[in-house]
Design a binder for this molecule. Structure first.
Ligand code: GLU
Length: 420
């Protein structure tokens, strides 16, 4: 799947579309299609069994036009330069559409973290931090968690960067543990933001969350928090999936029980979960369920030309980055399916990362209540902006989001003399 599609093509397709509606000539926005800086590093290390391995890793800064680069670090075996470039670009547009004063970046290590011991993960994180230290920093580029990385890893990252600088640099990374500069509510922020987005789109369509059916693909940090929030808001979560399979129950799954089972041991998978009335389905079948709302919260390109026509949901809220290819996007648009794009729907994480960065600079701790309230206001504002501009221009919500985002990034570039 990962090699069949080029996620960068998806990004530039929608950027070009937005730029043409905005009336930009190629020479007035083309720079936005190039990452500003790309760093590729090798991480050599001795494993617990005495074997020696070298991991390939990246840190890519797509844009610093609006502020320091910002974006997560992914630990996943499929990480490659092309994917990290796309993920970095999405971060620039994500920060722009919700108006946090950051650019966009992303990092990644091609590794399966589930196969590493805690010590191996620690050493890998230290060596990765040392390798990218020359290009990052609280005013330059601020990493955060992404697929396969955790608050603990961010804590190790902060400690390593701080030791290189001989003093604590809490704001060099976000998503840290509480007590190490982390902010309350960051762990569940992306899922909470997705829930707020589901609420916003349903309200526009005259529907309530209560009793409305939803399926969530992916049970990582984002998918599990999303399923939890949606369940607590009274939605009928009929399907969820992880890497092993999906599970389905027509009158709704018991999400707290499923999350408890998955939390007991990080090796627990849905294929071994047992409960009355559940049916096992594949990840493909989950995407094609007849539900009101579909939340892809796994990886890129999950909705593509092969399955777009079979999607039966009337609303898709993209919790993952880049889950829909551009060809699939057109098919969904023709079918009249509302797709709330990733750069808007999953921005809750980076919004609360911004609060964490501010908290670290001011050395003044935020309450969880303040985090949730401010996040809510920013998610609602951004949603309204995207909805209104999409309606004004009779375009999809994705194109609407890029009309706002591309304009903000390109305007900042113009202000800096990029096109002179
Ligand atoms: N990895 C998350 C994302 O894709 C969060 C990035 C951040 O907080 O900087 O949006």
């Amino acid at each position: 799947m990962a090699d069949k599609y080029n996620p960068l093509e998806n990004v530039w397709a929608v950027v070009d579309k937005a730029a043409s509606i905005l009336g930009y000539q190629e020479n007035e926005y083309a720079a936005v299609k190039y990452p500003e800086r790309e760093l590729k590093v090798a991480i050599p290390m001795v494993m617990d069994d005495g074997s020696f391995r070298v991991f390939e890793a990246y840190r890519i800064q797509h844009s610093t036009a609006r502020g320091p680069a910002k974006g997560g670090i992914r630990f996943h075996p499929a990480v490659n330069q092309n994917e990290v470039e796309a993920l970095a670009a999405w971060m620039s547009f994500k920060c722009a559409v919700v108006n946090v004063p950051f650019g966009g970046g992303k990092g990644g290590v091609a590794v399966d973290p589930r196969k590493l011991s805690e010590r191996e993960l620690f050493v890998l994180t230290q060596k990765y931090t040392q390798a990218i230290a020359p290009v990052i920093g609280p005013e330059e580029d601020i990493p955060a968690p992404d697929v396969g990385t955790t608050p603990q890893i961010m804590g190790w990252f902060m400690d390593t960067y701080s030791k290189l600088n001989t003093h604590n640099v809490l704001n060099c990374v976000t998503g840290k543990p509480i007590g190490l500069g982390g902010i309350l509510g960051r762990g569940s922020a992306t899922g909470r933001g997705v829930m707020m987005t589901v609420n916003n789109i349903l309200a526009k369509l005259g529907k309530k969350m209560e009793g409305t059916s939803v399926a969530v693909q992916g049970m990582g940090n984002v998918g599990s928090a999303t399923a939890d929030f949606l369940y607590r808001e009274g939605m009928k979560v009929v399907g969820v999936s992880d890497v092993s399979c999906g599970i389905y129950k027509e009158d709704g799954l018991n999400i707290p029980e499923i999350l408890e089972y998955l939390k007991q041991d990080r090796k627990n998978l849905l294929k071994d979960y047992r409960a009355e009335g559940i049916t096992f389905i594949t990840n493909e079948e989950l995407l094609e369920l007849a539900v009101d709302v579909l939340v892809p919260a796994a990886m890129e390109n999950m909705i593509n030309v092969d399955n777009a026509d079979k999607i039966r949901a009337s609303v898709i809220v993209e919790a993952a980055n880049g889950p829909t290819t551009s060809e699939a996007d057109e098919i969904l648009d023709c079918k009249g399916i509302y797709v709330v794009p990733d750069i808007l729907a999953n921005a809750g994480g980076v919004i609360v990362s911004y609060f964490e960065w501010v908290q670290n600079i001011q050395a003044y701790l935020w309450t969880e209540e303040r985090v949730v309230e401010t996040l809510h206001a920013m998610m609602d504002d951004a949603f309204k902006g995207v909805w209104d501009i999409a309606k004004e221009n009779s375009v999809s919500l994705r194109t609407g989001a890029y009309l706002i985002a591309v304009k903000r990034v390109v305007t900042a570039q113009h202000g800096r003399g990029t096109y002179l």
